[in-house]
Design a protein around this ligand. Structure first.
Ligand code: NAD
Ligand code: MG
Length: 389
């Protein structure tokens, strides 16, 4: 029996992971789950899978969660310490699917406890990739990509000699506003941005998909996971979301990975450690698809994308600053304090300010990441005030 914990169990990735586990209950034992506000779903999932321990990130929900689980032999904890308690319990495999920077410490705790980490939480890799990789190396455990593009990269380079790899292409759907012009984007609302044409995902990543901030994060994630230079990564708009990554080799051969836009494909590949199972997902009917469409991204319409490449070129703590500024700008957009198109301006201004103060040329250590995360959020907030609607 493989023992498993899921960090962010109530979210889109967490629930898809539990769906896969529920199909093969005899192979997996779920030890711990974490959630945040949706304690009803957290409690239901904990009971269904008979877990040992649950944690809500929200301290104020502790008593309600305890009530929901009274009569069950399930330990209940709360707050960051509760998340770390669950993440640090012994398990063979841990899904890191908390959204945002909040996933960093629990992900690290899981690695420190000796678990293989399935990584959906790209923000932790962007903010602190070298730290996660050092802990995984030291503990002799794996970090397995769950993001569909990165799972696809691992699938297309498998068995290849990486010396012959020239470039990786990752695709972007273009998100909710792919058919709008730049000027149309000025007054779009959070609700409009939160509707994805192809994927069912959490609200924040869906909005990040519409701005291409998500793709910028993924460019950095690809650099960290596969040790690529900025010049070895390309992004193409592919509105159909069927091809997720393409490896380009020096003999001009290319290998593409296609799968339906359903995260269970990538999650299952990580869950079964690169074995392929019969998942019965909706198959792609290529004849009815007819043509596969690829376009160069419009950098004027999507200024966020270039920031991802700039972060790679900058190195050091640039990823931590970028992610924090982006999270702050997204909060301000969600609170109607910033326009959609202003998010990239705020992040660019934050990065410029921190670079000019030489704040980012430091070794990526945890205390330095935490300090830059804090600083970038306050610089981004201050910068957003200049744009106040
Ligand atoms: P979601 O919003 O559906 O779920 C987020 C989870 O994190 C929930 O369980 C929530 O309770 C928990 N959470 C929220 N704030 C928290 C906090 N402060 N502390 C602890 N837990 C907190 O998000 P999602 O779409 O499942 O995405 C999760 C992660 O996976 C993100 O990093 C996202 O970028 C990545 N990802 C998601 C998809 C997808 O298809 N959904 C694809 C690729 C990568
Ligand atoms: Mg992705």
């Amino acid at each position: 029996m493989k023992t498993i914990s899921i960090l962010g169990a109530t979210g889109s990735i967490g629930q898809n992971t539990l769906d896969l586990i529920s199909r093969e209950r005899n192979k997996f034992q779920v030890k711990g789950l974490t959630g945040s506000k949706n304690i009803k779903l957290l409690a239901q999932s904990a009971i269904k899978f008979g877990v040992d321990v649950v944690a809500t990130a929200d301290d104020e929900k502790y008593l309600d969660l305890k009530n929901l689980l009274s009569g069950y032999d399930i330990e209940v904890c709360a707050g960051v310490s509760g998340l770390l308690e669950v993440a640090g319990r012994e398990a063979d495999w841990v899904m890191s699917a908390i959204v945002g920077y909040a996933g960093l410490l629990p992900g690290l705790a899981a690695l420190e406890a000796g678990a293989n980490l399935a990584l959906a939480n790209k923000e932790s890799m962007v903010s602190a990739g070298p730290i996660l990789k050092e802990v995984a190396n030291r503990k002799g455990v794996k970090i397995m990509p769950v993001d569909s593009e990165h799972s696809a990269i691992s699938q297309v380079i498998r068995g290849e000699n990486l010396d012959s790899l020239v470039k990786i292409i990752i695709t972007a759907s273009g998100g909710a506003f792919r058919n709008l012009s730049k000027s149309d984007l000025m007054n779009v609302t959070p609700d409009q941005a939160a509707k994805h044409p192809n994927w069912e995902m959490g609200k924040r990543i869906t909005i990040d998909s519409a701005s291409l901030f998500n793709k910028a994060l993924e460019v950095i994630e690809a650099k960290e996971l596969f040790d690529l230079k900025a010049s070895e990564i390309e992004v193409l708009i592919h509105p159909q979301s069927l091809v997720h990554a393409i490896a380009c080799f020096q003999d001009s051969g290319m290998k593409a990975h296609l799968s339906p836009p359903d995260m269970r494909h990538a999650i299952a590949y990580a869950l079964h450690e690169e074995k392929r199972l019969n998942l019965s997902l909706k198959e792609i009917d290529l004849a009815s698809v007819g043509e596969l469409i690829f376009e160069k991204p419009d950098t004027d319409k999507y200024p966020a994308l270039e920031l991802g490449f700039d972060v790679i070129r900058q190195g050091g703590l640039a990823g931590a600053a970028f992610n924090a500024a982006k999270e702050q700008a997204l909060d301000d957009f969600l609170n109607h304090q910033l326009k959609f198109t202003e998010m990239a301006d705020v992040v660019r201004a934050t990065m410029d300010e921190l670079i000019s103060q030489n704040r980012l040329d430091k070794v990526v250590e945890l205390e330095a990441v935490k300090a830059v995360d804090n600083l970038a959020r306050s610089v981004a907030r201050r910068s957003a005030e200049k744009f106040q609607i």
